[in-house]
Design a binder for this molecule. Structure first.
Ligand code: SF4
Length: 184
């Protein structure tokens, strides 16, 4: 029997590793690269290249959406003091929502059975909020459905580190946008 097709938003190569490993036994997985939050452009390229390595390693396809920093800024700058907010605040919720919403749209338009995101792997992210957004965006984009798996559970983050080391992947030391850079 054919496997269900699942579109997995990849926030970076390391986080994508454990998600693809867990999903592949049950799903026909395609990665989606859409991360307009990343700054500067060299960082965007490094994370994109690491994610391509993951796609090649597991033998899965990858759709790449060109970054649109202006669109990201429009989406996250609607809250007061957005540039000074700590990680996990309102700016981040809007950033996560933007990427999950686009994934749901792409899944619906391209005829995937399911979608999900690797964003829940990182212990710095609000997994409950991500789960709620996955369900909400699936409801807004029928027939897209979500397998809202929390990939951090069952040692998901540790496994992502192991696999990243095995594959020699670049592992970033900040979340991704200009305002999360360590020295700002
Ligand atoms: S800190 Fe991370 S989640 Fe928050 S806005 Fe920046 S890139 Fe997005």
């Amino acid at each position: 029997m054919d496997k269900s097709r699942l579109l997995l938003h990849a926030c970076c190569g390391p986080c994508a590793t454990v998600c693809v490993e867990r999903l592949l036994p049950e799903y026909d997985v395609t990665l989606l690269w859409y991360n307009s939050n990343l700054y500067p452009s060299e960082e965007h390229q490094r994370r994109l290249e690491a994610t391509r390595v993951v796609a090649e390693h597991f033998g899965v396809e990858m759709l790449e959406v060109a970054p649109d920093p202006a669109n990201w800024r429009d989406a996250v700058s609607i809250v007061e003091d957005w540039q000074r907010q700590p990680e996990g605040g309102s700016r981040c919720k809007l950033c996560l929502t933007l990427r999950i919403t686009r994934t749901a749209l792409e899944a619906a338009q391209r005829g995937f059975d399911y979608f999900n995101t690797s964003l829940s792997v990182s212990p710095h992210k609000d997994a409950d909020f991500i789960q709620r957004m996955l369900w909400a965006t699936a409801g807004e984009n029928p027939p897209a459905q979500t397998e809202a798996i929390n990939f951090r559970k069952q040692g998901g983050f540790q496994r992502s580190i192991e696999l990243s080391k095995e594959l020699g992947l670049y592992r970033q030391d900040y979340c991704g946008c200009r305002y999360s850079q360590p020295k700002l």
